[in-house]
Design a protein around this ligand. Structure first.
Ligand code: NDP
Length: 297
């Protein structure tokens, strides 16, 4: 992959850029807005793009990528594209069908990473990698016990390369991160900026991460924005951070995360902000036998 951005090595030999552009809409926007903002993200320098079947934006995301390839801005191999298997495709015979449907939406031949959006068996995912439709396979929203079940599965062919979970200073996932590191699995942070989405599954009274006084004072000290500090915190601890935005000035700000470092004492202060607070508690699924968030981590 010819990338200028910093990457992490995955356990299957592929590389993943440490900063990703999150495409999930946090408000109703037009298809053209999704298309345009994804093109702007690529122009701004994002090379890792996080999508999902359930976001209903694969068509516009694929269109934006193909348009930037046609313009000569990037080659396909410069882009690290993720999508996710939605729960309606969990039956093993539907897993590859789900990915093929996503690829049809993208109008692309493969994705770089295919994730199981919510916990379920990985077996049928391995076939997608073997078929060349996904370069890497991974999981999302798995707790330690669920990861261990996969890792201990007899006949496991491919370890998941990553676990994409909610992660930010209010939910720093330090134990899950240590576990993932010990098993050579990359932790990918969603809601790394505290999400701020005005939709039902985010508590309207949730604390606004980017206004946190400690985060803001560290930002002021380094002449950076709170968003930059929240993203730098992740990449500096080896976590791949996703950041969503429709605004080019914010995208530019977010990508500057590689231009500075935080001293250890600030990293420790940020660690101290942890309060195990979830912006996405997904209470709606709490009765499901695979509900991941009842365990400590
Ligand atoms: P983020 O934590 O990325 O926060 C996005 C919000 O932050 C937007 O409101 C955006 O504003 C604002 N923002 C972005 N940059 C800045 C900045 N520099 N300064 C101030 N505000 C800023 O939230 P998401 O919930 O979108 O998570 C990121 C991505 O993670 C998603 O897009 C999706 O790809 C993935 N995800 C995965 C999940 C899973 O289950 N696997 C669940 C949830 C998310 P504005 O909109 O105005 O630009």
């Amino acid at each position: 992959m010819s990338l200028k951005q910093q990457c992490v090595g995955l356990n299957d030999g592929h590389l993943m850029p440490l900063l990703g552009y999150g495409t999930s809409q946090n408000r109703e926007v037009s298809a053209s807005k999704i298309f345009e903002s994804t093109k702007i993200a690529i122009d701004t320098g994002f090379r890792h793009i996080d999508s999902a079947y359930v976001y209903k934006n694969e068509k516009e995301t694929g269109q934006a990528i193909r348009s930037k390839i046609a313009d000569g801005v990037v080659k396909r191999e410069d882009i690290f594209l993720t999508t996710k298997l939605w729960c309606t495709f969990h039956r093993p015979e539907l897993v590859q069908v789900g990915l093929e449907r996503s690829l049809k939406n993208f109008q692309l031949e493969f994705v770089d990473l295919y994730l199981i959006h919510f916990p379920i068996s990985i077996k049928a995912m391995e076939k997608c990698k073997d078929a060349g439709l996904a370069k890497s396979i991974g999981v999302s929203n798995f707790n330690r016990r669920q990861l261990e079940m996969i890792l201990n599965k007899p006949g496991l062919k491919y370890k998941p390369v990553c676990n994409q979970v909610e992660c930010h200073p209010y939910l720093n996932q330090s134990k899950l991160l240590d576990f993932c590191k010990s098993r050579d699995i990359i932790l990918v942070a969603y809601a790394a900026l505290g999400s701020q989405r005005p939709i039902t599954w985010v508590d309207q009274n949730a604390p606004f991460l980017l206004n946190d006084p400690v985060l803001c004072s560290i930002a002021k000290k380094h002449n950076r924005s709170p968003a930059q500090i929240a993203l730098r915190y992740q990449v500096q601890r080896g976590v791949v951070a996703l950041a969503h935005s429709y605004e080019q000035n914010e995208m530019k700000e977010n990508i500057q995360v590689f231009e500075f470092q935080l001293p250890l004492e600030d990293m420790e202060v940020l660690d101290g902000l942890n309060r195990n607070f979830r912006y996405f508690p997904l209470d709606i699924a709490a009765e499901h036998p695979n509900f991941p968030f009842s365990d400590e981590y």
